[in-house]
Design a protein around this ligand. Structure first.
Ligand SMILES: CC(C)(COP(=O)(O)OP(=O)(O)OC[C@H]1O[C@@H](n2cnc3c(N)ncnc32)[C@H](O)[C@@H]1OP(=O)(O)O)[C@@H](O)C(=O)NCCC(=O)NCCS
Length: 184
């Protein structure tokens, strides 16, 4: 399948992306799922993690390139064997929010994970204070499946840590697609 759609292309990261990724990780607004993480990312650490991550067969780390705005963000997934699932991570640089890039990049990865990897479920972690991320995930069809009450701090306030997920059958039904292999 194509990793390019509607002016958005997903590609592996290179050393040149490490500063951009460090900046996203150090910005409390784009370090989306848990603001408790300290803002101590440096390009060297990102580079080491990138090299380790790229060696793993059931994980993908992809930069989000766009025809209009260049590189705008990052999307990744890690497969989890027992549940035949994967967990997504996604960051779009603040300057590029609201342009639909998260939706398009996620749609490409969802198609790959359900159609080509045959997974049963795709999950993403966020938190109740991140209304934008939760709203964007729900718009794509993710549903809250786990709520850890007061599990996250953002701007000095407690919020619930949330896991949102999408089941295989929900993906096919909501996209009006036929599931040719069924749930594995
Ligand atoms: C969450 C994030 C990825 C969204 O990126 P984006 O490119 O702005 O998202 P899109 O433009 O594709 O989609 C925006 C959708 O979010 C939802 N949304 C936006 N603001 C919202 C709000 N205040 N309340 C509820 N939903 C909201 C809407 O459904 C909106 O769609 P619409 O514009 O058609 O109404 C981006 O804000 C980000 O990187 N945040 C920091 C990192 C993060 O939280 N990552 C997700 C956790 S894994």
């Amino acid at each position: 399948m194509e990793f390019s759609r509607e002016g958005v292309t997903l590609r592996p990261p290179t050393e040149d992306d490490c500063q951009f990724l460090a900046d996203l990780g150090n910005n409390m607004k784009t370090q989306g799922w848990n603001q408790r993480l300290p803002p101590i990312r440096v390009p060297e650490i990102i580079s080491e993690r990138m090299k380790e991550g790229l060696k793993k067969p059931y994980k993908a780390m992809l930069m989000i390139d766009t025809d209009q705005d260049g590189t705008v963000g990052y999307i990744n997934y890690d497969e989890e064997k027992p549940r035949l699932g994967a967990t997504l991570g996604l960051i779009i640089g603040e300057d590029y929010w609201g342009k639909g890039y998260a939706q398009i990049a996620t749609e490409i990865v969802l198609e790959f994970l359900f159609e080509e990897r045959g997974l049963k479920v795709v999950s993403a972690w966020s938190q109740s204070g991140n209304v934008r991320a939760v709203g964007a995930a729900e718009k794509m069809g993710f549903k809250v499946s786990v709520r850890v009450r007061e599990g996250t701090i953002m701007y000095g306030q407690l919020h619930d840590t949330l896991c949102l997920d999408m089941l295989r059958e929900e993906y096919y039904e909501s996209r009006g697609k036929e599931d040719k292999i069924g749930s594995c």
